[in-house]
Design a protein around this ligand. Structure first.
Ligand SMILES: [Fe+2]
Length: 277
């Protein structure tokens, strides 16, 4: 059936690892928005959640850097980071190999995907799952987009990746949702870490909420690097979700710069019944 849930959110390690370093005026509304997203996800009664995330040199390195990679495993482990850093204990996340293979086969009609049966999860997947599916019983199908190092798939290809996911899942009987995990502007592991470009974030978020395909696919790497920092390249995960919604709009649950987390806290959920004008 058509996707029954779509959303996008941040995954910065500070969200869980430095949760209480943010002032209450920032922390409370941000985690309230994550709780609201969890309620909406629970209400969707999903059989599986496709998580479109960035990898952080966890599964891939310069010897083999796929533009897109889907996980075909029945189980995953994560996070790879220490629990003292992330404040998330190592755990097992269920996959669904049969469903993942069906999705991959459908998507490959339109997008060249790599695949792997041996992926592990870092904070890019584990931070949102820790907050949204803490009991880790919902099967996950991960799709990684290379957001780290060029050449990367351009924004238009990421939008098409999302469209291919939509078409690949439409004929399946399962209730499937999609979550994009990444961005928006941030400067991880560089001297500018902690900087947030709220104006750029809001401009991107506006295009995402409207599902303004023309604007979303026009983002170029140099523009992203200059205004959104190296972490800004992760807007690809949001752009893929916009493609998966095929013209449908989204609702902002929160946007709030949180310097202690080194990112603007940003969460949006798709209005799957509405189409952009
Ligand atoms: Fe990231």
């Amino acid at each position: 059936m058509p996707l029954v849930f779509a959303a996008a959110a941040n995954h910065a390690p500070g969200i869980t690892g430095r949760r209480y370093r943010a002032p209450e005026a920032e922390r409370e509304p941000f985690f309230a928005a994550y709780a609201e997203l969890k309620r909406k996800l629970d209400a969707a009664r999903l059989d599986a959640l496709v998580v479109i995330a960035a990898d952080h040199f966890t599964n891939f390195f310069m010897n083999n850097m796929p533009a897109f990679c889907i996980g075909l495993a029945d189980r995953y482990r994560g996070p790879v980071e220490s629990s003292s850093l992330l404040k998330i204990e190592p755990t097992e996340v269920p996959g669904d190999q049969r469903l993942a293979r069906a999705i991959a086969a459908g998507m490959m009609q339109e997008v060249d995907l790599s695949y792997s049966e041996e992926l592990v999860f870092d904070h890019g997947v584990m931070v949102p799952l820790h907050l949204l599916t803490p009991d880790m019983i919902l099967p996950v199908v991960p799709i990684f987009i290379n957001c780290l190092t060029g050449p990367r798939a351009p924004a238009a290809r990421c939008y098409e990746l999302g469209r291919a996911l939509r078409r690949a899942t439409a004929g399946l009987p399962e209730r499937i949702g999609v979550l994009g995990s990444g961005g928006l502007s941030h400067w991880p592991a560089v001297p500018a870490s902690g900087r947030v470009n709220a104006a750029w974030d809001e401009e991107f978020l506006d295009a995402f909420l409207k599902n303004d395909r023309e604007r979303l696919v026009a983002y170029r790497d140099d523009e992203i690097d200059a205004a959104g920092g190296p972490g800004g390249q992760e807007i690809r995960t949001w752009i893929a979700v916009a493609g998966a919604m095929e013209g449908r709009t989204s609702e902002k649950l929160i946007y709030l710069p949180i310097p202690a987390y080194a990112v603007g806290g940003c969460i949006a959920v798709g209005n799957l019944e509405k189409r952009a004008a």
